[in-house]
Design a protein around this ligand. Sequence first.
Ligand SMILES: C[S@@+](CC[C@H](N)C(=O)[O-])C[C@H]1O[C@@H](n2cnc3c(N)ncnc32)[C@H](O)[C@@H]1O
Length: 315
Amino acid sequence: MEKDYKHVPVLHRPALDALRIRTGGVYIDGTYGRGGHSRGMLERLGEDGRLMLTDRDPQAVADARARFGADGRVTIRQVNFAELGAWVNELGLGGKIDGLLLDIGVSSPQLDDAGRGFSFMADGPLDMRMDPGSGEPVSAWLARADEADIARVIREYGEERFARRIARAIVRARQESTIGRTAELAAIVGAAVPSAQASSIHPATRTFQALRIFINDELGALRQVLEDGIDFLAPGGRFVVISFHSLEDRLVKRAFAAAARPPAASRRIPVAVDFKPRLKLVGGLVRADEEEQAENPRARSARMRVAEKIGAVAA
Ligand SMILES: C[S@@+](CC[C@H](N)C(=O)[O-])C[C@H]1O[C@@H](n2cnc3c(N)ncnc32)[C@H](O)[C@@H]1O
């Protein structure tokens, strides 16, 4: 039996308020985790409301089934949110979703379970897959990837200035033996980064983050759901995304803006353009307040953006 892991949801009330939940509406929590936000959504839904719960992580989905499987308003499936559209259409709910919430990134239970391989703080197999049933573990990729590709991933997704040195050290180390454990990788990275550059964060933080984002294709999944999500929302439906990384927030900001406003060039040149907005931006960037940041360090990097599907709101 899994330990009773908890995940303190970030920006909980702002996210629920942004979803503007109608008691009889249909909503999706696309990143269930341990259901912090789902619970709040269910509290605001009435008896005729409906909630679709999903996560790509089978442990999260098992938790959802144990906690909410008996609630008649709830439908649960293990889905990568990049493929949410297919599930929505299968249920005949295309264009009928009143709110989609994504609280992306990694959950506390994933980080805390050394066996999942996300953490450099506790030794475990170097895996990092959110869905261990698909793709390959980080250890397998690091065993075969080119040095240049390893450096690119660490630089782009980790914004790590010592990416080339780290990649070189990884390739040197794997000639001795496969890098199969998180502690081994953390030690290799620690030794590759100049000690004069020591900062308040562990030297392996950026490398682990980069490899996690890469191996789970997190940005690819986000791009896909940002595109599809607009289609399956109902007019007036809300799209709420909480992210923890500037690369992710940039994708959300751009996708929402592109659906809400004509391209910059056509704004400067006053010619008739065939642009039909599909979204309306609701407020700007939302950050956790000081109190939440003090209570929950994860909240410090959280960024929330909200958009609304254009069209008449259902009565
Ligand atoms: C920050 S946690 C969510 C926490 C949750 N809101 C709660 O209150 O417990 C992020 C979750 O998103 C899931 N996730 C990340 N990328 C995903 C994707 N592409 N599809 C589905 N779930 C994903 C992770 O497995 C993780 O459980």
